[in-house]
Design a protein. Structure first.
Length: 127
């Protein structure tokens, strides 16, 4: 081989299996009588490659604001969450979930939304 045609060595490319996988947001439903929205999601540690991810320490629940920005609504160790925060009639609420373990976070889940029904005066924000 002619050394004058050799290129410089390339830098090494290393891959790391993420600590936690992205959850899958399964359902977002409104319970009009209580003015709440219930979310549920799945977590599959086998979604990581080449090695299985760890079980997360918990999950972050994010909700989209009226201006399009996203805000952290809550953290939980469960795979369900009930949003009781300022639910209004006939508004669309979008949600996404992210898993975390220590300081590592997954990418966000899929986004799911729900439009709340017209709440009546008898609907309660109390559980």
């Amino acid at each position: 081989a002619d050394p004058s045609h050799d290129s410089a060595p390339s830098s090494a490319l290393c891959g790391k299996t993420p600590a936690v996988a992205a959850p899958t947001l399964v359902s977002v439903t409104t319970v009009a009588a209580k003015r709440v929205t219930q979310l549920s999601w799945n977590y599959d540690p086998a979604a990581c490659t080449p090695a299985t991810c760890d079980q997360p320490d918990g999950y972050e629940v994010w909700r989209q604001a009226w201006n399009g920005g996203w805000g952290l609504l809550a953290t939980t160790t469960a795979t369900t969450y009930t949003d009781r925060v300022n639910m209004e009639s006939l508004k669309t609420y979008n949600y996404k979930i992210r898993a975390y373990k220590n300081t590592d976070t997954s990418v966000f889940s899929n986004v799911k939304g729900v439009t709340t029904p017209q709440f009546s005066l008898t609907d309660s924000t109390c559980p």
